[in-house]
Design a protein around this ligand. Structure first.
Ligand SMILES: Cc1cc2nc3c(=O)[nH]c(=O)nc-3n(C[C@H](O)[C@H](O)[C@H](O)COP(=O)(O)OP(=O)(O)OC[C@H]3O[C@@H](n4cnc5c(N)ncnc54)[C@H](O)[C@@H]3O)c2cc1C
Length: 383
């Protein structure tokens, strides 16, 4: 990955934004259990940070994914997981398919607002009975005249209590699972949509997660993203950006966790020396730092393959898997070296310990990643 002065300029812009507009508010947002998505997104939109890789004709900067990667890496310096995740939903999870396959009219009407931050987006894939098994979603969108009529329930939807629009995956016909689904752009203020109160989570507390119910919701057929029946394929492709984002946004958070631990253990004394002066501690932290560098190399490579226009599924999947594993390993090891202080909510390590546990579950659990890798290796166990 060759970074240019332009990339470095992006880094500085995001760093300043995180330092001035986000980190000073994180504690309050975490306590309140919600961050003001629209207010923050509008500010990011003014800086062009929500449309870095999106087409210029819709207000984006039209840059390649290496710039998106730099932005995501710097967002990892936010002192919680909830806010970067919510931003990632807006930029890399709910809108890539719209930007790539949405009609000109759809992009002019909706994508432009995602880029300015005027509108908050969410992605509706998971359901109460279909999380890992995306093929098993039951929400239906049945054609009736010029509308789809949507019925079903989406579960654990990030941004949903504040969202203006959802990129929804629903069944538009019977038949094989990879040909019966479509992605549909759904305005969240339509009659028949009910967003339940936000869920009480162990981590990611400043991000809102809720269940969304659809009862006879009518959406014009022109809100279809791409071709009818291609939704499963489009979503699988959209997962590539999601997984690269999920991996890269962990890097700085993990490094922060290690650095904070070095600082704390360097001044905490036990048995006549600092905790850090035990080689078992300093070696372990060095080992973990090396692992983070390896994850960085892997995510950069996934990004490069994606930028070349090749299928990055294999590398993006490996990066997401390693990110999930490393989030558990680093936060657990660091928290241990903080002793009782690590167990206190006020510390960044305990915040990361709670928040980053999600990486092994959300956006495809570790086992789902392993299944995809097995497919590439020809070793997926038979049913
Ligand atoms: C905070 C949060 C935010 C989220 N945001 C969104 C969002 O914005 N939009 C959205 O659509 N979804 C969202 N999700 C849902 C998330 O993507 C799912 O939770 C995830 O895909 C796992 O699905 P599940 O919870 O139904 O787990 P299940 O499918 O019930 O699986 C449970 C566990 O079983 C194991 N497992 C599953 N399959 C296999 C297998 N084949 N082999 C071996 N073991 C297996 C895994 O360990 C897995 O964790 C969010 C979830 C959370 C918690």
């Amino acid at each position: 990955m060759q970074f240019t002065p332009e990339h470095e300029e992006f880094r500085r812009t995001v760093k300043q934004f995180v330092d001035n507009e986000i980190n000073p508010n994180v504690e309050q947002w975490e306590k309140e259990g919600l961050f003001p998505a629209k207010e923050l997104f509008m500010k990011m939109g003014e800086l062009g940070l929500l449309g870095v890789t999106k087409p210029e004709e819709y207000g984006g900067l039209g840059l390649d994914l290496s710039y998106g990667l730099v932005v995501a890496e710097e967002l990892g310096a936010i002192h919680c997981g909830g806010v970067p995740m919510a931003i990632g939903v807006q930029t890399d999870m709910a809108t890539p398919a719209l930007a790539r396959f949405g009609s000109k009219e759809l992009c002019e009407k909706y994508l432009t607002k995602a880029i300015t931050g005027e509108a908050v987006f969410c992605i509706g894939v998971s359901e109460p009975n279909a999380g890992s098994d995306v093929a098993g979603v039951k929400t239906s969108a049945v054609r009736d005249g010029d509308d789809y009529v949507i019925n079903g329930t989406k579960m654990w939807i990030t941004n949903s209590t504040q969202a203006d629009y959802m990129c929804l995956l629903a069944n538009t016909s019977d038949g094989p699972f990879h040909k019966n689904k479509s992605l549909i752009l759904v305005p969240m203020d339509l009659e028949g949509i009910e967003v339940a109160p936000k869920l009480d989570k162990m981590g990611m507390r400043s991000s809102d997660t809720a269940q969304v119910f659809f009862k006879d919701v009518r959406v014009p057929v022109e809100n279809l993203i791409g071709q009818e029946g291609m939704g499963f394929m489009l979503q699988m492709q959209q997962f590539q950006e999601e997984r690269i984002f999920a991996a890269v946004v962990c890097l700085k958070a993990l490094e922060n966790c290690i650095r904070e631990t070095i600082e704390y253990t360097g001044q905490r004394m036990a048995f006549g020396k600092s905790i850090l002066d035990n080689q078992v501690v300093s070696f372990r932290l060095a080992e973990l730092q090396a692992e983070v560098e390896a994850l960085r190399a892997l995510t950069y490579r996934a990004c490069e393959v994606n930028m070349q226009g090749d299928d990055a599924t294999y590398l993006a999947t490996a990066a997401k898997l390693k990110a999930g594993r490393l989030c558990r390993e680093v936060t657990d090891a660091c928290l241990q070296y903080w002793g009782g202080m690590g167990f206190m909510n006020e510390n960044l390590v305990s915040q990361y310990y709670r928040d980053m546990r999600l990486v092994s579950i959300g956006g495809g659990a570790d086992e789902v990643m392993l299944g995809i890798l097995c497919k590439f290796m020809g070793t997926l166990p038979k049913a």
